[in-house]
Design a protein around this ligand. Structure first.
Ligand code: TMP
Ligand code: MG
Length: 216
C-alpha cells in the first residue's frame, strides 16, 4: 500500500537470453503484492504495440531490418510507453520491468554499432531506481530450454553482450546515481529469488526521490 503520495519504485531486470529474467520478474511482482506493495509487470520489447509487432517479426527472422533502424525501433518502443511508466510510478504503483534500455545498448553495440550512438535515443527516458543484472555464462544459458529460437540467441553474440553489460555495470556504479546490482543467475531459482528480494527490500525501505532521467 503506498504511504501518502509516495511514488512507486522502478525496478529493471536485465540479463542474457535464458538467464531467468521473466520468471524472476513475475515472481517479484507476486511477492511485492503479497507484501502489500502495489506492483505491475512490464517487459521490453513490448510486442503488443504496432512497433512491437515489427520488432517481433524481426526477432523471429520473418523480416530483415537494418541494424540502426531496428535499434531505433527498440528505443521507440520504450518511448511509446514512457508516459505510462511515469503515470504508474506517480500513482504509487511500483514497476518490475523485464529488460530496458541497457539491453538496447548491449545487444546493438555487440553487433558493432558505436556505444554512444546506441545510447543516444534512450537518453532521458525514466531511469530505474534499481537494476538487477542476472548474470549467467552463455554456456549455462545455452543448456536451458528453448535456447536458439530467436535471432540473437547465439553463444558468440551472447558472449559479447555479456561483456558490454559488464562495462555498463561498471559505468553505472562509478558515474551514475542509480543503482546496478549483479546477481548470480546460475544458482537455483529459489536462491536467485532470495538475492533479488534482499536488494528490493532495501530499496523499498529507502526514500526514492523524484524519478531520474537515463544518462543525463
Ligand atoms: P526477450 O527475449 O526478452 O523478449 O527479448 C528479445 C530480444 O531482443 C533479446 O535477444 C534481447 C533483444 N533486445 C534488443 O536487442 N534491444 C532492446 O532494446 C531490447 C529491449 C531487447
Ligand atoms: Mg529471448
Amino acid at each position: 500500500m503506498p504511504s501518502e503520495g509516495r511514488r512507486g519504485a522502478f525496478i529493471v531486470i536485465e540479463g542474457l537470453d535464458r538467464s531467468g529474467k521473466s520468471t524472476q520478474a513475475a515472481a517479484l511482482v507476486s511477492r511485492l503484492e503479497e507484501t502489500g506493495v502495489s506492483a505491475k509487470l512490464m517487459k521490453f520489447p513490448d510486442r503488443t504495440t504496432p512497433i512491437g509487432r515489427m520488432i517481433d517479426a524481426y526477432l523471429r527472422s520473418e523480416s530483415d531490418i537494418d541494424d540502426h533502424a531496428i535499434h531505433l525501433l527498440f528505443s521507440a518502443n520504450r518511448w511509446e510507453l514512457a508516459s505510462n511508466i511515469e503515470r504508474t510510478l506517480a500513482s504509487g504503483t511500483s514497476i518490475v520491468c523485464d529488460r530496458y534500455a541497457f539491453s538496447g545498448v548491449a545487444f546493438s553495440a555487440s553487433k558493432g554499432l558505436p556505444f554512444e550512438w546506441c545510447r543516444s535515443p534512450d537518453v532521458s527516458l525514466p531511469a530505474p531506481d534499481l537494476t538487477l543484472f542476472l548474470d549467467i555464462s552463455p554456456e549455462k544459458a545455452k543448456e536451458r530450454g528453448g535456447y536458439g529460437e530467436e535471432r540473437y540467441e547465439k553463444e558468440e553474440m551472447q558472449r559479447r553482450v555479456r561483456e558490454i553489460f559488464a562495462a555498463i555495470a561498471t559505468e553505472a556504479n562509478e558515474k551514475e546515481s542509480w543503482k546496478w546490482t549483479t546477481v548470480d543467475a546460475g544458482m537455483d531459482l529459489e536462491s536467485v529469488s532470495k538475492s533479488i528480494w534482499r536488494e528490493v527490500e532495501s530499496l523499498l525501505s529507502a526514500d526514492h526521490g523524484p524519478i531520474q532521467r537515463l544518462w543525463t
